[in-house]
Design a protein around this ligand. Structure first.
Ligand code: ASP
Ligand code: MG
Length: 430
């Protein structure tokens, strides 16, 4: 008998039929003798619709800043609808079930409305409910603050609720049910060859999630990564038939990801909407990047990549990449700082760029990965605008109209399809 925490996303509870399908699975687990805690998202696009409603009533789009407390009251209602409906459906399916709001489940957060952080999970009532032979259904994405206000955890926050509860309860399994089959080597809509990654480490998954892989919330994976690490399985709630209860389907996010020694890259992710700023003829020396980056940080502009290159006249060229939304602000500040430093003031920019991340623990300390990536992109005729690395990733900026070609070239170049297909063949414990 195991304790399972299962989270179901918006599409998985998006209609009465989907709710019944979830109820049937939960009731089956109960009949097998497992204890189940379910975390639900709001049905379908409910959260988006509630945000639109608020904007219409307020007459402007800035409800999060103008009415943070009421936005949390409003948005927390989405998950309350699905939790109550699911509880009814599970009872109809022959198991006992009871719904609990985040506040009733004692998910305690800080007071930061609309993007609160969990500070403590007491979960006494969840535990009591389960010990009483009842399925506990907890509203995802919400909690109660230390000042007793209702809070929400930010978009996509139900994943975080599930991981936090699984940790607090010492669950045997934490399963994130979604509308895709798992974490793919690349978005299958962009690269038809993409395959499911059977096992991935937390740090790789955090990097992929932050770089645009949408299946799981980076914050939730990060929480799962804390010691002792919590294994998280990501799988589809739409599978029916004999495979439905296969405990090995989907992707396992684990601290012990059976790495193949020849596996360099585990997966790719990408995001559009980046820009590059080129600042010419700045004075050489540490003061230039220090002041430039300091001023941008003070203005809340986050700089993704930085490179400095010497010019023939002894001055330097500083290249900065930023989110497209931050470009205007970055340009203005860079001009001020350049003037103060006595720079030439010449500036160029490139917009319409995409950021591609190649992620893999296997690249750490291995020579030639860079070269292999560049070779693949050069052969595909893709222009690379900027690069940077960390110990488990290489990040490249390419023109957005070449993003799909770049992803396909890298996916082929690092033979990701073949490697995900035969994960166990040459597996070594890593
Ligand atoms: N319903 C919330 C959202 O749409 C939270 C979640 O689904 O995780 O962002
Ligand atoms: Mg989600």
């Amino acid at each position: 008998m195991a304790l399972l925490v299962q989270k179901y996303g918006g599409t998985s509870v998006g209609s009465p039929e989907r709710i019944q399908a979830v109820a049937a699975r939960v009731a089956r687990a109960r009949r097998r003798g497992d204890d189940v805690v379910v975390v639900v998202s709001a049905m379908g696009h409910t959260t988006d619709e509630l945000i639109d409603l608020a904007r219409n009533v307020a007459g402007h789009d800035d409800c999060v800043h103008e009415h943070p407390r009421e936005m949390d009251m409003l948005l927390s209602a989405g998950e309350r609808i699905s939790m109550a409906l699911l509880a009814m459906a599970i009872r109809e399916a022959g198991a006992d079930a009871r719904s609990l709001t985040g506040s009733q489940a004692a998910i305690i957060t800080d007071a930061w409305h609309t993007s609160a952080r969990i500070v403590e999970v007491r979960a006494d009532r969840v535990r009591e409910t389960v010990e009483g032979g009842c399925v506990a259904i907890v509203a995802g994405f919400q909690g109660v603050s230390t000042t007793r206000e209702i809070t929400t955890l930010g978009r996509g926050g139900s994943d975080t609720t599930a991981v936090a509860l699984a940790r607090a309860l010492g669950a045997d399994r934490c399963e994130i049910y979604t509308d895709v089959d798992g974490i793919f080597t690349c978005d299958p809509r962009r690269v038809p060859d993409a395959r499911i990654i059977p096992r991935i480490s937390h740090d790789e998954m955090v990097e992929l999630a932050q770089s645009g892989a949408q299946v799981m919330h980076a914050r939730a994976v990060d929480l799962g990564a804390r010691t002792p690490a919590l294994d998280i399985r990501v799988l589809s709630s739409f599978v029916t038939g004999p495979d439905e209860d296969d405990p090995t389907r989907g992707t396992l996010i684990t601290d012990d990801p059976m790495v193949r020694e020849d596996q360099v890259v585990t997966g790719l992710a990408s995001a559009r909407g980046y820009a590059k700023l080129l600042l010419h003829a700045l004075p050489a020396g540490m003061r230039t990047p220090t002041e430039m980056l300091g001023a941008l940080a003070d203005a809340g502009v986050s700089v993704d990549m930085v490179t400095e290159s010497p010019q023939a006249d002894g001055r330097v060229l500083l290249q900065l990449t930023v989110r497209g939304d931050d470009l205007a602000r970055a340009r203005e500040i860079a001009a001020q700082v350049a003037a103060r430093l006595g720079g030439g003031g010449a500036m160029d920019e490139r917009t319409g760029l995409s950021r591609i991340a190649l992620v893999g623990r296997g690249m750490s300390g291995r020579p030639g990965v860079y070269a292999q990536a560049f070779r693949a992109l050069m052969d595909a005729g893709v222009k690379v605008e900027a690069v940077s690395t960390s110990s488990i990733s290489i990040t490249l900026l390419v023109p957005s109209d070449q993003e799909d070609e770049a992803l396909r070239a890298l996916h082929d170049g690092f033979t990701l399809a073949a490697q995900a297909e035969a994960p166990a063949a040459a597996a070594v414990a890593g």
